[in-house]
Design a protein around this ligand. Structure first.
Ligand code: SF4
Ligand code: SF4
Length: 255
């Protein structure tokens, strides 16, 4: 007997509600946390008509603020992993997986300090993908550079090739993870522009949403009307390590 439309709708609603904010144990010590936002997956294929990109205004990025880092950790479940027992705290802070970091640049001539967030720059010509022996590091048609966790062998060539030191390695078993970010020991990972959001119809990243200083603008670089294109037109900006000609999708102003 086929399911009636109302029954189907009821089942869909149930599945949708069950998927919001729930957590399930899939094996002893391994817990999956599900998406907390209602999702409407995109149905059209990813194409090169869109190029996702970001502009960071270093003047607006406040000294000591870490909100974007905390938001990225939470969004991707990096905060679910505790420091291993007995580990040295400063070593843990240096080595823990991080997809975005706050860095400070110093102008040696003037002494001026500039604070800015640094994450994968989503290079158009990504050296990480060039050196990857398995094809695990790849660039999507819409400009997002990602790691396919199923075929990453953990050789870390990509980490050495990345001029921005944007990638992290997962050294230990990950017991708790989010369904949209299934992390595992022995894999490399990095910022993916919150791809799970984009693929579910959202158009903002977690770091952008968390920045109360509006230092981060995100959007489609190929759309002249997008906020990021408009901001890039209005303010001078630079690509970090422009000399490498990687044409990154992340740009900075006021540095
Ligand atoms: S910033 Fe690094 S990890 Fe990101 S695309 Fe460029 S080389 Fe790859
Ligand atoms: S875009 Fe998403 S994954 Fe990338 S740094 Fe921002 S919050 Fe993290």
């Amino acid at each position: 007997m086929s399911m009636s439309k109302i029954e189907q709708q009821g089942r869909r609603e149930f599945l949708k509600k069950a998927a919001i904010g729930s957590a399930v144990t899939i094996a002893p010590g391994v817990m999956l946390h599900s998406l907390s936002a209602e999702a409407a997956p995109r149905t059209e294929p990813v194409t090169g008509k869109v190029r996702w990109g970001m502009l960071v205004d270093a003047n607006k990025c406040a000294d000591g603020c870490n909100d974007c880092v905390a938001a990225c950790d939470k969004e991707n479940g990096l905060d679910l992993v505790d420091m291993p027992e007995g580990a040295d705290e400063s070593q843990w802070e240096r080595q823990r997986p991080r997809w975005i970091r706050q860095i400070t640049l110093k102008d040696n001539l003037t002494g001026r300090l500039t604070h800015l967030p640094m994450m994968c720059q989503h290079c158009e010509e990504p050296p990480c993908a060039d050196v990857c022996p398995t094809g695990a590091s790849f660039r999507r048609a819409d400009g997002i550079v990602m790691v396919d966790r199923h075929i990453c062998i953990g050789c870390r060539y990509c980490m050495m090739a990345c001029p921005y030191k944007a990638r992290s390695f997962i050294h230990a078993e990950v017991a708790e993870k989010l369904t949209h970010t299934p992390r595992g020991k022995g894999c490399v990972e990095s910022c993916n522009f919150c791809v799970h959001r984009l693929d579910n119809g959202q158009t903002t990243t977690a770091c952008q949403d968390a920045c109360k200083h509006q230092a981060i603008v995100f959007g489609d670089l190929n759309d002249p009307q997008s906020a990021v294109s408009q901001a890039l037109k209005k303010y001078p900006s630079v690509a970090i390590r422009d000399d490498l000609k990687l044409n990154p999708g992340v740009r900075y102003s006021n540095i």
